[in-house]
Design a protein around this ligand. Structure first.
Ligand SMILES: [Ca+2]
Ligand SMILES: [Ca+2]
Ligand SMILES: [Ca+2]
Length: 148
């Protein structure tokens, strides 16, 4: 029962987190595509996540506090003139919920060990055709993208 609750929470965290990749990474795949072949392999994704983790871990404790986590998320998407301003409180709540979902041992520190299974789930969720790499076509498209 307890495990089931944990799974449901993690699921909620993932549901929050998965659409966020395209939003959190305004540059699309480019910053993740370390060998510039237009695709992001799991090795590249994990390398990128580890680099970001080390940058975010300001006090080099090996874990991110909620403060470090929120600081690392940056300002998010730039505000768009055709949309209402994002509510900073809601954004903060969402990111806090994601932090809680990833912090599986509840010590208020998110470690790479805790991030990895979640990141793997994100990766699989994005890799729609299951070829082990994420291509630009597999990223969620902004809804207002210009028609091609
Ligand atoms: Ca690549
Ligand atoms: Ca933890
Ligand atoms: Ca793929």
């Amino acid at each position: 029962m307890k495990a089931l609750g944990r799974m449901a929470l993690l699921g909620a965290g993932l549901a929050l987190a998965v659409p966020a990749w395209g939003q959190v990474v305004p540059g699309g795949l480019a910053p993740w595509d370390l060998n510039h072949d237009g695709r992001v392999s799991w090795e590249e994704a994990w390398e990128h996540i580890q680099r970001r983790f080390v940058e975010a871990d300001a006090n080099r404790s090996g874990g991110l506090s909620l403060e470090e986590w929120l600081a690392a998320q940056g300002p998010g998407r730039p505000p768009r003139p055709d949309r209402p301003q994002p509510d900073p409180q809601r954004q903060r709540d969402r990111r806090t919920a994601m932090f809680r979902a990833i912090d599986s041992n509840r010590d208020n520190q998110v470690t790479l060990m805790e991030i990895r299974p979640v990141a793997e789930s994100w990766f699989r969720a994005f890799d729609a055709n299951g070829d082990g790499a994420i291509s630009a076509e597999e990223l969620p498209r902004p809804r207002t993208a210009a028609p091609r």
